[in-house]
Design a protein around this ligand. Structure first.
Ligand code: HEM
Length: 423
């Protein structure tokens, strides 16, 4: 056996939900300890019994290891699933396979269909509308004086952009927003049996409703295409075949969940990061266009909105002092890789002038590298421009209310206030 059998204390055990309830600073301290271990550490999720084998994962915590595993998809596969728990076979049969969970040609075939819409060249045409949206959101904020930032600004920005790209009519948006929240609320949060019994399949029900809504939209667009992503998806030619409504549904939920939660959390973290680092805030204000791109990358590195994704080992492979075996599970901890002191000087500091800033917030650069990375940058920059270059003085009120997921670094609420004056 090449891993220890004793379980660490809950506060140090990445497989224990208690670990993810700790403040981020404590989790980051544990990642630093793990980075100094000679080899990847194994965490047990379920002990072996006479009838069942042990289940658990190796934590990949160093920048170099996460990068390598991301770029070796033949060894570290995305099938049967990159989240934990993995999607059950029946869920995949009912809801369709999402491209995040596919490898090789199956993945490429699906990714090719939407890839076009996300290239920097095509997004340049969308940039003007993203900037207009940011102006409207901050105008409304100033007029309505909300006291909670996530719902008033961060969520609205990321959700409206994706809905506009997909071509979701206004009449459907409120319903879909509620469905996404329900579908992703418990992602990566291990709940007690009691809690699971009380709300059986709440997330799946929301997903099912969302997919029915999308199938209806898909049928409309197949009859009358309107130049948006849903029309492109339903009319796409997959080597002579069409996407089924089930495939359309799973595409749609992936784009919504991947594009909305992540960017919204980055924007929400940005507010606290800038206010808590007044020197960096002042530097950004001194020349917004010069420093904004660096600030956006540093926000994503420092907050790491997606904490981790998993992979399954397909073949015997030696890396970082350990030999992985087929069937082993590994956790690619982007949140740890982004604080690796061997790559980032003073890694806990928020420094918008880092250059280079090779963070892994959007993944490690393999075939699954975030499709929406450029779009996310445009959105975060547009919101920051409106918030920071207008005569507003923003204040956070209290600490952000964080989620307890091991998957997304969610800000549930961030209370805030502002004065309309010259800073
Ligand atoms: C700050 C915002 C964002 C962050 C931090 C983020 C992070 C990530 C990460 C870590 C991955 C996995 C990469 C890998 O496995 O190598 C990913 C994949 C993905 N992201 Fe993002 N993302 C963001 C915004 C977006 C947006 C706006 C969209 C737009 C729809 C999007 C769509 C996707 C899709 C479709 C995938 C799966 C790609 C594939 O499997 O081929 N993301 N993202």
């Amino acid at each position: 056996m090449n891993h220890p059998r004793t379980l660490p204390a809950p506060a140090a055990d990445l497989a224990d939900p208690a670990f993810w309830k700790q403040p981020p600073a404590q989790r980051l301290a544990r990642f630093a300890e793990l980075r100094s271990e000679p080899r990847p550490v194994f965490f047990t999720e379920r002990r072996a019994t006479r009838h069942r084998p042990e289940r658990g994962f190796y934590a990949l915590v160093r920048h170099a290891d996460v990068l390598k595993a991301s770029r070796l998809p033949r060894v570290f596969a995305s099938a049967p699933g990159v989240t934990s728990p993995e999607p059950a076979r029946w869920v995949r049969a009912v809801f369709g396979d999402s491209m995040v969970n596919l490898d090789g040609a199956d993945h490429t075939r699906l990714r090719r269909i939407v890839q076009q819409a996300f290239t920097p060249r095509l997004l340049a045409e969308t940039e003007a509308s993203i900037r207009e949206l940011a102006v409207r959101i901050v105008d409304d904020m100033v007029a309505e004086r909300p006291d909670e930032f996530v719902s008033a600004v961060a969520s609205r920005m990321s959700f409206e952009v994706i809905c506009a790209m997909l071509g979701v009519p206004d009449a459907y948006r409120y319903r879909i927003a509620r469905q996404i929240d329900r579908a992703s609320e418990h992602a990566g949060v291990r709940r007690s049996l009691g809690a699971r019994l009380l709300s059986p399949g709440k997330g799946l029900r929301a997903l099912a409703r969302m997919e029915l809504t999308v199938a209806r939209l898909g049928r409309e667009r197949r009859r009358r295409p309107t130049g948006d992503l849903i029309s492109a998806l339903v009319c796409a030619d997959l080597d002579g075949e069409r996407l089924t409504y089930r495939q359309l549904g799973s595409f749609f939920s992936l784009l919504l969940v991947a594009g909305v939660e992540t960017t919204r959390n980055a924007i929400a973290h940005a507010l606290a990061l800038l206010i808590n680092n007044p020197d960096q805030h002042a530097l950004l204000l001194s020349d917004f266009e010069k420093y904004a791109d660096g600030a956006v990358d540093e926000i994503v590195r420092h907050s790491t909105p997606i904490i981790q994704f998993r992979r399954t080992v397909t073949t015997r492979y030696a890396m970082s002092g350990h030999t992985f075996l087929p069937g082993d599970k590994v956790m690619l901890l982007y949140a740890s890789a982004n604080r690796d002191a061997s790559v980032f000087a003073d890694p806990d500091a928020f420094d918008i002038t880092r250059d280079p800033n090779p963070h892994l917030g959007y993944g490690g650069g393999g075939p699954h590298y975030c499709l929406g990375a450029h779009l996310a940058r445009l959105e975060i920059k547009a919101v920051l421009r409106e918030l920071l270059t207008r005569p507003l003085t923003l204040r956070t009120l209290g600490e952000p209310e964080l989620g307890t997921s091991n998957f997304d670094h969610r800000v549930r609420k961030q209370h805030f206030a502002f004065d309309v004056t010259k800073p």
